[in-house]
Design a binder for this molecule. Structure first.
Ligand SMILES: Nc1ncnc2c1ncn2[C@@H]1O[C@H](COP(=O)(O)OP(=O)(O)OP(=O)(O)O)[C@@H](O)[C@H]1O
Ligand SMILES: [Mg+2]
Length: 484
């Protein structure tokens, strides 16, 4: 049977392109320039999948998505948007979209997504259905909003849309200053518990025995200073969300108690016998590698596996440099407002200067640089001379690749250390092709460097690498490396 694909898109050129790409013996394409007849088409022609632009004249794509999901909850809908606003990706996935792609559209990727969406529709796997949608938060400079439209961040927004409305425990990993706490708040803001409190406990900031009573409370007389009963965070947070920051620093004893809460939602206060039942959603964060902590036995493996069921990895800023201009502009506007510069922002030359530097810091460092530069600058706009003193002296962010030095030919250790912090993310983006992609990336880098070292002399490069000239030629061709 022929599948049907509905495309709703106001740009005529994109509509025609979609027809060219998808119209075939196996697929019928229905083109619509706006969403006015969307429900009727879904009800009468039963398309299996749809591609819908978010910004349309009249009804927005998100409204159409919700309306047609009401008619046929099994239709697989791919939302597209030229906007970098992160909330769209979250809303789209929360409203039951199958996927979310940003424009300009990458056609091979779109083909893949459509093929998978059809498969999913044919298996009639029901996607998460619409929830109440809040209007997009306005950037008035007073609330922290989370910026990011790089492919890595889009994957994260999509996952937020999927997991936030569930009560699943979430683990967030990432280097210091990558936005773990902000992400935790984004999950909370999009959850069913957003009208109840969000409480944060920094496990590294509180000594072990105090942390136990901070989290679980204590009875009067439980220890010398326990003059009265104290209610801990778990009880205060009943029905709400608890953010456990720096969870990697928690003692083994407290980890055991936490595991019990996760498994049975119950615990006892310190010095108490009464078993207390609570309903708390946990979001945990760490900038430490928990895999390593499990290996050196400072973190319980059962707790780690329990926590990492839904886990996010926030990539360092150096791995999503596309987000830099957007972040710099955002912070420049925000701090200008804060310091009373109504028309403030950053001059193009100054922005270019920031982008031309190798940025080692994370978002916190970037934010601090723009903050200081705005305070020091005389005019409304940030100029290159305002930025210059900060960019050359910025401190490198904590690197997690300290083991990655080429010592003693221990390549296993080098690659393990390199891959560990990014492995979860690679698995998200390259599922099913991880082995091939990493191996060919490595081969390409080796061949390229060997050729450079030998001034493009193939005999030299093949001897250096210990491969035959035929193999070398094959790789030069395959990876499109110039052998001249
Ligand atoms: N994507 C983003 N868009 C805008 N601001 C961001 C973003 N990510 C982080 N920030 C800002 O950068 C600062 C650091 O973020 P956050 O505290 O969430 O990082 P973290 O990963 O928890 O760091 P640490 O491990 O040191 O606790 C905060 O001021 C936050 O508002
Ligand atoms: Mg933090």
């Amino acid at each position: 049977m022929k599948s049907r694909l509905l495309v709703i898109e106001d740009d005529p050129a994109t509509l025609q392109l979609m027809k060219q790409v998808f119209d075939s013996a196996d697929m019928e394409v229905i083109l619509e320039a706006d969403g006015s007849s969307a429900e009727r088409i879904v009800a009468t022609q039963h398309p299996n999948a749809a591609i819908i632009d978010i910004t349309l004249p009249g009804r927005s794509g998100l409204e159409i998505l919700k309306a047609i999901k009401g008619v046929d909850s099994g239709i697989a809908v791919i939302m597209t948007s030229g906007h970098s606003s992160t909330q769209y990706a979250i809303e789209a996935m929360k409203s039951g979209a199958y996927d979310y792609l940003t424009k300009p559209l990458d056609i091979p990727r779109l083909r893949q997504v459509v093929a998978k969406a059809l498969e999913c529709n044919l298996l009639s796997r029901k996607v998460l259905y619409a929830k109440a949608v809040e209007t997009e938060k306005i950037d008035d400079g007073s609330t922290d909003i989370m910026i990011g439209s790089s492919p890595e961040m889009i994957e994260i927004w999509k996952m937020v849309g999927k997991v936030a409305p569930t009560d699943a425990t979430v683990l967030i990993q990432g280097e210091s200053g990558t936005g773990k706490e902000l992400l935790a708040r984004a999950i909370y803001n999009n959850s069913r518990r957003m009208n109840r409190p969000f409480m944060a406990v920094n496990c590294a900031a509180i000594p072990e025995n105090l942390l136990e009573s901070e989290l679980f409370g204590h009875e009067k007389g439980a220890f010398t200073d326990a003059h009265s009963r104290r209610i801990g965070k778990f009880e205060q947070c009943n029905g709400a969300t608890l953010f456990l920051d720096e969870i990697g620093e928690m003692s083994l004893a407290n980890q055991g108690k936490l595991l019990r809460v996760l498994e049975s939602q119950s615990f006892e206060r310190v010095g108490g016998n009464e078993t207390i039942k609570v309903d708390v959603r946990i979001i945990a964060a760490t900038n430490k590698s928990l895999v390593n902590a499990v290996k050196d036995k400072s973190f319980r493996s059962d707790l780690f596996y329990r926590l990492r069921v839904v886990s996010f990895f926030l990539p360092p800023l150096r791995d999503r440099i596309e987000d830099m201009p957007h972040l710099v502009n955002y912070f420049a506007r925000r701090f200008a407002l804060k310091y009373g510069k109504k028309n403030g922002g950053i001059a193009t030359e100054a922005l270019e200067m920031m982008l031309s530097q190798k940025w080692e810091g994370n978002i916190r460092e970037l934010k601090n640089v723009i903050d200081s530069a705005t305070v020091m600058s005389k005019g409304e706009l940030l100029m290159p001379e305002d930025i210059a003193p900060f960019v050359s002296t910025q401190e490198p962010a904590q690197r997690q690749l300290s083991g990655a030095t080429a010592d003693n030919g221990n390549y296993y250790a080098i690659f393990r250390n390199l891959l560990e912090p990014v492995f979860d993310r690679i698995c998200q983006t390259d599922k099913g092709t991880v082995f091939d992609n990493i191996n060919s990336g490595l081969e390409k880098a080796l061949v390229e460097m060997a050729m450079q070292k030998g001034n493009n002399n193939q005999v030299f490069a093949s001897k250096l690498l210990g491969i035959s000239r035929n193999t070398l030629r094959d790789r030069l061709e395959r990876f499109n490396i110039s052998g001249e």
